[in-house]
Design a protein around this ligand. Structure first.
Ligand SMILES: Cc1cc2nc3c(=O)[nH]c(=O)nc-3n(C[C@H](O)[C@H](O)[C@H](O)COP(=O)(O)O)c2cc1C
Length: 218
């Protein structure tokens, strides 16, 4: 699979099998991730690989619970009372994410501040470090797709329980688990977006401007 195909076929995978992944395949992905561009050459990043079954289970439970909270925040409550709304969101998270518990590996992309920016550059430096972690994760996800492996960049679902996530991973306070992803062979790759998302998704032509803002191709 060439780079363009891997980029276009990478999709958020939320259904995993427990098929093991060879260590050298995982190492290849980690190296591809860390070949990403890094602002000011900071390398303000690390990748944490979780294979231990107990720790994986804790992570999956945390992310599924976080998913339930995310849906409870994002989905209109309509005429449901708060408890019923929460219960339904929990059921939905369980339904779409339950195979996270069998994914053989979790990857955590960490922002590790290196203290290399002067005060005058600290704010912009933080943004650059954050962008660099995202570039690294995108590299990893595209490389994973080329290997037939699924990923899903997960930041919203872990935001509700960051301190617990830090505790599970033994992270010091200054290290931020920006993105986590299960890594595993899916039953199949999604063909496109789920219908609910597809409805409002903007086509590429409406997102490309030529020369100046406002002149889109659409
Ligand atoms: C910054 C960022 C945060 C995301 N957080 C989550 C998340 O918490 N949970 C999740 O299931 N997907 C998450 N996603 C995945 C998006 O929902 C997904 O990429 C989007 O719906 C487009 O689908 P695709 O990746 O299959 O093209 C996140 C994606 C990005 C870029």
């Amino acid at each position: 699979m060439d780079a363009i195909e891997a980029i276009r076929k990478r999709k958020a995978v939320r259904t995993y099998t427990d098929r093991p992944i060879a260590d050298d395949v995982v190492d290849g992905l980690l190296r591809a991730a860390l070949a990403a561009p890094t602002g000011s050459g900071s390398q303000a990043w690390s990748l944490l690989v979780v294979r231990d079954p107990e720790r994986r289970r804790e992570m999956a439970d945390l992310i599924i619970a976080g998913g339930a909270q995310y849906f409870a925040n994002m989905r209109p409550q309509r005429d449901l009372d708060a408890d019923e709304h929460r219960r339904q969101c929990g059921e939905y998270a369980e339904k779409i994410l339950s195979t996270y518990r069998i994914a053989p590996v979790w990857i955590v992309a960490l922002l590790v501040p290196r203290g290399n920016y002067p005060d005058s550059m600290a704010e912009g430096g933080y943004v650059d470090d954050l962008l660099s972690v995202a570039f690294a994760m995108e590299n990893l996800m595209v490389a994973a797709r080329a290997e037939g492996l699924g990923t899903v960049p997960t930041s919203a679902f872990q935001r509700f329980e960051k301190d617990r996530l830090r505790a599970i991973l033994g992270l010091p306070g200054e290290v931020d688990p920006v993105l986590v992803s299960p890594l595993g062979y899916p039953e199949s790759f999604p063909d496109g977006l789920p219908p609910a998302l597809k409805k409002g998704f903007r086509g590429w032509r409406s997102l490309v401007h030529d020369e100046q803002w406002g002149s889109t191709r659409a």
